[in-house]
Design a protein around this ligand. Structure first.
Ligand SMILES: CC(C)(COP(=O)(O)OP(=O)(O)OC[C@H]1O[C@@H](n2cnc3c(N)ncnc32)[C@H](O)[C@@H]1OP(=O)(O)O)[C@@H](O)C(=O)NCCC(=O)NCCS
Length: 324
């Protein structure tokens, strides 16, 4: 059975924080942020707006674009997030209830690549016949765990959500291969403490995320390349076969390094971080939706999704674009 993406929906909060806004309260500049990251602005959730509401709004957009019937047969809700409203119940349970779905549901924590992990799990559940369709959401209210006094992380992150329905698609379309990886030896480089007090030596406790940007940068440049090549090999393809490269939106220099190593022309790469910053699990669906809205995705196109994040984790997936 061919399994792929039947439809997408996205949401970003109304409030925008520009680089100039950061200049008001941090020792930083628009020039530094743009030249070191490529980010110009990011959307930030309202004080009382949380990940579940961002997820609901992305599903509402999905319904607006594709009709309520796209949710028919959804037997599993997967919410990939680093910022669930609560440790439990899961955000997925809140989504199930909000839309009155008859489905199982769980939250998935695999950091930024979580949405690609979710797509892959959904593909397996559909292909094995356990469910007909899955709703896979990446949703983040990262502003709630960002330390706005720490200039090395504050300027990077934004809030948003993206939702996809995964189900049977026309033969020849859909997921061709996926790669999911993690290497916990890099846990110290990007973390946020929760319950345990046995974090590795040097780990920072507290409500905010902590990141060693340089180490994550080096890892990201390496793994974007290796994961892409590995997933292409599994699918029997080469970089020249990629019609659209949709990388995690963390830093324009990381994307550029990957693009150069893979020998991809600029027009095949989707970049949204100038407007959204890094939305973690929501980055890839937001970028995919942008490409669709710009008419850059056509049936049969080979689309490459690749991401990296805390863990350290990584994921890549290649699919032939096309619906039912
Ligand atoms: C975070 C990141 C943008 C920092 O860029 P960088 O070029 O590596 O910068 P460095 O960390 O080497 O810092 C260089 C200097 O800029 C300073 N700096 C950091 N953030 C700054 C900011 N917002 N404005 C101005 N200066 C800043 C640092 O303090 C440092 O100053 P120093 O030399 O006086 O100590 C970059 O490392 C990065 O993007 N890493 C990957 C992060 C990532 O992908 N995270 C997401 C994982 S999902």
């Amino acid at each position: 059975m061919a399994v792929g993406i039947l439809g997408l929906g996205t949401y970003v909060p109304e409030r925008i924080l520009s680089n100039a806004d950061f200049e008001q309260f941090l020792d930083t500049s628009d020039e530094w942020i743009v030249s070191r990251t490529g980010i110009r602005r990011r959307h930030i959730a309202a004080e009382q707006e949380f990940t579940s509401q961002l997820a609901f709004s992305s599903v509402e957009d999905l319904i607006r674009r594709h009709g309520r019937q796209i949710l028919e047969g959804v037997g599993m809700v997967i919410v990939a997030t680093n910022t669930p409203d609560a440790l439990f119940p899961s955000t997925a349970s809140l989504v199930q209830d909000h839309f009155g779905l008859e489905a199982g549901g769980f939250d998935l924590l695999a950091a930024c690549p979580g949405w690609i992990y979710g797509l892959s799990i959904a593909q397996g559940l559909v292909a094995s016949g356990q469910i007909k369709r899955a709703l896979v959401i990446g949703a983040e209210a990262l502003s709630k765990i960002t330390d706005y006094q720490d200039r090395s992380t504050a300027v990077l992150f934004g809030d948003g959500a993206g939702a996809a329905v995964v189900g049977e698609v026309a033969p020849g379309s859909g997921f061709l291969a996926s790669v999911l990886g993690t290497d916990g030896s890099g846990q110290i480089h990007l973390h946020r403490s929760a319950i345990a007090d046995h974090l590795p030596a040097g780990a920072k406790m507290g409500p905010h995320l902590y990141m060693n940007g340089r180490e994550v940068f080096k890892f990201a440049v390496r793994v974007m390349n290796t994961a892409t090549l590995q997933v292409l090999e599994r699918a029997g393809l080469t970089p020249a076969d990629i019609s659209l490269f949709v990388p995690h939106q963390a830093n324009l220099r990381i994307i550029e390094a990957a693009r150069e190593r893979l020998g991809l022309p600029l027009e095949r790469v989707v970049v949204t971080l100038d407007e959204y910053g890094n939305n973690s699990t929501a980055s890839i669906p937001l970028a995919l939706q942008r490409a669709l809205d710009q008419g850059r995705l056509h049936p049969g196109d080979r689309v490459l999704l690749v991401s990296f994040g805390a863990g350290l984790t990584w994921a890549a997936s290649v699919l032939a674009w096309g619906g039912a």
